[in-house]
Design a protein around this ligand. Structure first.
Ligand code: CP
Ligand code: NVA
Length: 304
């Protein structure tokens, strides 16, 4: 049994395997075919934070696969004093075939996985957002035709999404650049983690966003204050305002695609003209969350 808590829980070859199932199921979906691979199987979604894309794409994916899903919000008492995560996990995994969890703390998902008898998927934590990174690189590959050797530039906070993208890019042979204020770049332990995973990784950090985007195939950004960081919004706005992705910045890379995980704070990390402009692939990224999570669920449930 396998979990998917961080990108590196899959090898590069396994990521390719998930992409290949996703592509097959996407082609069938677009032809009006729903491949009911898992009738009667149930996915539980245990969410401690808000969600549109992740929640709905997992739920629809499961229906298309012939199964169903249960959305479990705050009323289950997950990660509260009501009961231990150990008990919660052992019991829930008696009822369902897979669990996707969005948690305030990465260690909560690790605990859930430790005691679960069914696969656990990280649907976003403060540390990582691996499902997002898979869908994003699937999107980029569909758009450009390849991944190897491309330069991926993340302009903004070195957050959960940036970490997962950095790992995914390094595992798949891409160059990754984070352009961020010094205090919001990756820390030493994360850089060491990447170098251990991919000793040949091409990963850079800079405070110069203009220089960073020059060779970019993709320019990506995310909100400056993630869920749980609302109190830091004002201070983060000051720090990140020189890192806005706008037409001045994108004029340095007219052939790059613009990417964003959404939800976006228009007028902060990105302007309307860029997110709605011809370089933007944000809606395709969101759509691909469903196709790639369908591929991931199928893979985790044994379809190879
Ligand atoms: N990108 C993403 O994870 O969106 P949601 O928070 O709406 O799920
Ligand atoms: N970094 C954002 C991503 C939302 C999909 C957050 O954690 O809120």
């Amino acid at each position: 049994m396998r979990n998917f808590l961080v990108v590196e829980d899959l090898t590069p070859q396994e990521i390719e395997g998930v992409f290949s199932i996703s592509q097959d199921l996407e082609t069938k979906y677009k032809a009006g075919v729903r491949d009911a691979l898992f009738p009667g199987r149930v996915l539980a979604l245990v969410f401690e934070k808000q969600s549109l894309r992740t929640r709905v794409s997992f739920q629809t994916a499961m229906v298309h696969l012939g199964g169903s899903s249960l959305f479990l919000g705050e009323d289950t008492g997950f990660a509260t004093t009501r009961e231990s995560i150990e008990d919660f996990s052992r019991v829930l995994s008696e009822y369902v075939d897979c669990i996707a969890c969005r948690s305030k703390s990465h260690s909560t998902i690790e605990q859930l996985a430790k005691f679960s008898s069914v696969p656990v998927v990280n649907a976003l934590s403060d540390f990582s957002h691996p499902c997002q990174a898979l869908a994003d690189l699937y999107t980029l590959r569909r758009h450009v035709g390849r991944l190897d050797g491309l330069t991926f530039v993340f302009v903004g906070d070195g957050n959960n999404v940036a970490r997962s993208l950095a790992v995914a890019c390094c595992l798949l042979g891409m160059r990754f650049i984070l352009a961020a204020p010094k205090n919001y770049q990756f820390d030493r332990s994360f850089k060491q983690r990447i170098m251990k995973l991919a000793p040949d990784a091409q990963i850079e950090q800079t405070e110069n966003a203009v220089a960073a985007v020059k060779d970019a195939t993709a320019v990506y950004t995310d909100v400056w204050a993630s869920m749980g960081q609302e109190k830091e919004r004002a201070i983060r706005q000051d720090a990140f305002s020189p890192f806005q992705v706008n037409s001045t910045l994108m004029s340095n890379c007219p052939n790059a695609v613009f990417m964003h995980c959404l939800p976006a704070r228009r007028g902060e990390e990105v302007t309307d003209e860029i997110i709605d402009g011809s370089q933007s692939v944000v809606v395709t990224q969101a759509a691909n969350r469903m196709h790639v999570q369908k591929g991931l669920l199928a893979w985790l449930l044994g379809h190879r």
